[in-house]
Design a protein around this ligand. Structure first.
Ligand SMILES: Nc1ncnc2c1ncn2[C@@H]1O[C@H](COP(=O)(O)OP(=O)(O)OP(=O)(O)O)[C@@H](O)[C@H]1O
Length: 270
């Protein structure tokens, strides 16, 4: 899969905003399900064109955070800004610049790949002709043009995930959020998807927030935010996080930050 940079072909596509404001800024965000607080005073921001890994164990609060950023529900305290637009007061302006791939599969299995993608394009106000061209361009870049008319249920898990990534890119978002995008995929598909998203950051300057529990998905050059039991326990360049925790590897730093002891391979066991 190679997601190519592309120039807008027509007027519906907005050029990327020159970000005077950070792509994403969270300030003292808290959220509770009933009386159970699952996000506690979360603050961090990501810079333009940065690949940021939101690293946390299962249950750390990553998906809840994504639900708040994508305005599925609102934080009980704190603020979220996307390119300076407050997600509550300027939801339209904020969400227009956001592409999101949720952890749960969200394709309609009874629709074809084209129908799934066209529907989403129309939600973003992309005209029929422009949508058709963009869909073909993106599907060609992942060698899936020939699956255009296939029902989503006939795709493999990795192919479904790629179509979901294509769907998130249709409107050329400046900020892309991916929640455990490689979960359930084999090692080859995982590596390919991660590499393609990294290429996107380089080619298009898209800012990415990549949520995972897998340390082997982190590169030395990444910005990393470690979320543990709803709190940010580290935030910075990988080398800084390692140094600040008095560690020699990110595995060791993560282990110290989260209080876990058993680390195997690229994954972490509580
Ligand atoms: N709808 C809900 N109602 C009540 N509690 C919830 C709900 N959704 C999530 N939680 C709880 O909130 C906490 C954070 O869950 P969340 O799914 O945000 O974490 P996560 O880091 O995404 O985990 P995972 O990697 O397992 O998906 C967990 O303790 C979870 O049980």
């Amino acid at each position: 899969m190679t997601i190519r940079a592309g120039q807008p072909e027509d007027a519906h596509v907005r050029p990327k905003e020159k970000p005077a404001q950070p792509p994403l800024e969270l300030t003292t965000v808290s959220y509770s399900y009933g009386s159970r607080k699952v996000l506690d005073d979360v603050s961090f921001s990501i810079d333009s064109g940065q690949f940021t890994v939101l690293l946390g164990l299962n249950g750390a609060g990553k998906t809840t955070l994504f639900s708040l950023i994508s305005h599925l529900f609102s934080p009980q305290t704190g603020n979220i800004r996307i390119f300076g637009h407050d997600i509550r007061r300027k939801a339209g302006s904020a969400l227009r610049q956001l592409g999101i791939v949720f952890q749960a599969r969200t394709l309609d299995l009874d629709l074809t790949v084209q129908q799934n993608l066209s529907y989403h394009a129309s939600l973003h106000g992309i005209g029929t002709g422009a949508a058709r061209d963009r869909i073909r361009e993106l599907l060609a870049s992942i060698d899936m043009e020939d699956r255009l008319h296939d029902k989503a249920r006939s795709l493999s898990g990795g192919q479904m995930r790629r179509v979901e990534i294509v769907r998130a890119l249709l409107h050329r978002p400046s900020l892309l959020l991916l929640d455990e995008a490689t979960v359930g995929l084999d090692i080859k598909s995982r590596a390919a998807i991660l590499a393609d998203i990294r290429r996107l950051v380089e080619q298009e300057g898209t800012s990415v927030l990549w949520a995972t529990h897998l340390i082997d998905e982190v590169n030395q050059a990444d910005h990393v935010v470690v979320l543990n039991a709803g709190k940010v326990v580290a935030d910075g360049a990988v080398a800084d996080v390692i140094r600040q925790t008095g560690s020699t590897t990110l595995h060791q730093a993560f282990s110290r930050l989260t209080g876990i002891v058993d680390i195997r391979g690229g994954g972490v066991r509580p």
